[in-house]
Write a protein that binds this ligand. Structure first.
Ligand SMILES: Nc1ncnc2c1ncn2[C@@H]1O[C@H](COP(=O)(O)OP(=O)(O)OP(=O)(O)O)[C@@H](O)[C@H]1O
Ligand SMILES: [Mg+2]
Length: 209
């Protein structure tokens, strides 16, 4: 589906350790001599990073849920065209911090009941799924505390509190059941080293396939 390379994504609630684990996996694969592109969403290409600023900064009510979904989809399309597809075609491993599952969750559930629209736009404009998605599952209270401890200007989506974090966790776990062939649930309530070992072990079969 993804060409000659391997497409790996990290998902999970705020502060669950996605960025930490994406970076560690990329470092580990590079140390093994593989060519890796470490990227993120929203963003991951110059155009998509511009759109990232439009959606993550400023007044939370700046965009309707529908407009926001279109902006995220536009960013993903640019990221796909400019970064992901070329890397996969060249046989590289693409490690991406968040991808379409985040949109299924955040625009599909929390920002109005847009899941069907999310899926239709995805089929129309994106059309690929990762080979493997690691869902870093963790206690919502711990995740929130971690996320708040390194708060940035991009706080629009983090002002929601523990209740929403708990709903998001449940939503991500439901996605894992919806896509059992692709999504691997990882226990994030452990030291980062242990989590990283687990991720590497679970990816090994896909790397040798
Ligand atoms: N397993 C872990 N144990 C303890 N602290 C951790 C662990 N993993 C990450 N952290 C710390 O928790 C904070 C959040 O981690 P990280 O930025 O990787 O999460 P994230 O899922 O990318 O968050 P966001 O959704 O807000 O981008 C960071 O300060 C990071 O150093
Ligand atoms: Mg992060």
């Amino acid at each position: 589906m993804s060409g000659r390379g391997l497409f790996v994504t990290f998902e999970g609630i705020d502060g669950s350790g996605k960025s930490t684990q994406a970076r560690r996996l990329a470092d580990r694969l590079r140390a093994e001599g593989r060519e890796v592109v470490l990227t993120r969403e929203p963003g991951g290409s110059p155009g998509a990073e511009e759109i990232r600023r439009l959606v993550l900064e400023g007044d939370p009510d700046r965009w309707s849920a529908e407009t926001e979904l279109l902006l995220f989809t536009a960013a993903r399309r640019d990221h796909l065209e400019r970064t992901i597809r070329p890397a996969l075609a060249a046989g590289k491993v693409v490690v991406c911090d968040r991808f379409a599952d985040s949109t299924r969750m955040y625009q599909g559930l929390s920002r109005g009941d847009l899941r069907e629209t999310v899926d239709r736009l995805h089929a129309l404009m994106i059309g690929i799924e990762p080979d493997v998605t690691f869902l870093i599952d963790m206690d919502p209270g711990i995740g929130l505390a971690r996320a708040l401890s390194r708060r940035t200007v991009e706080e629009r989506f983090e002002g929601f509190g523990q209740d929403l974090q708990a709903r998001m966790r449940a939503g991500f776990l439901a996605l894992a059941q919806e896509f059992p062939d692709r999504i691997v649930v990882i226990d994030g309530n452990r030291p980062a080293d242990r989590v990283a070992e687990d991720v590497a072990a679970r990816l090994a079969p896909a790397l040798t396939a």
